[in-house]
Design a binder for this molecule. Structure first.
Ligand SMILES: [Zn+2]
Length: 177
């Protein structure tokens, strides 16, 4: 059973009310993600629970979908199943983000009207591996280290991949503090 997901959410209010959200989002609604897909038909199953855990306002849940990605080795499309667990701590700024425990990734509260799809989309973008390829043995171009190496050398990272690298560095530096 799936209910309609709200377009905008007030994460703090949802935490205070202990709300659970279940539903589906069309991949085609997620523009930044769609740009990385060979086919954006399909749905994301969304399940989120907003709750207070000790002093933290937390969003937990999971996303389940199939993404059609382009193999970076043979350039053909392949099916990439995604099941992503979500554990976010709602924060108002960088200071608060640093104080989150390791098991929570920061969700920056930008307004009391946050587009729910943005949160879902960010998580799915993070689920896409860099230099994604067919699972081993399923690619038309046989795996061999020489071709893989030259491919890696030839490949320029896209802007969004660079953005992810920055993001993961930020998260990493947060953990060290
Ligand atoms: Zn391939």
């Amino acid at each position: 059973m799936s209910t309609r997901l709200p377009v905008f959410i007030d994460p703090i209010q949802l935490v205070q009310a202990g709300i659970s959200l279940e539903g589906q989002v069309e991949l085609a609604m997620l523009e930044r993600l769609s740009a990385q897909l060979t086919d954006n038909s399909g749905m994301v199953q969304v399940s989120l629970k907003f709750d207070q855990e000790h002093q933290y306002k937390v969003v937990r849940g999971h996303l389940k979908t199939h993404l059609n990605l382009q193999c970076q080795r043979c350039l053909e499309s392949f099916d990439f199943p995604v099941e992503r667990e979500i554990a976010l701590g709602i924060v108002a700024g960088e200071e608060e983000a640093r104080r989150l425990p390791d098991y929570l990734e920061p969700l920056l509260l930008t307004s009391s009207d946050m587009p729910l799809n943005d949160i879902i989309e960010d998580e799915l973008l993070l689920a896409i591996p860099l230099g994604q390829t067919h699972p081993q043995g399923e690619c038309e171009i046989a795996y061999n280290e020489t071709s893989l190496k030259s491919l890696a050398e030839a490949k320029q990272p896209s802007k969004s991949q660079q953005a992810f690298a920055v993001l993961s560095q930020l998260k990493h530096s947060k953990r060290k503090n």
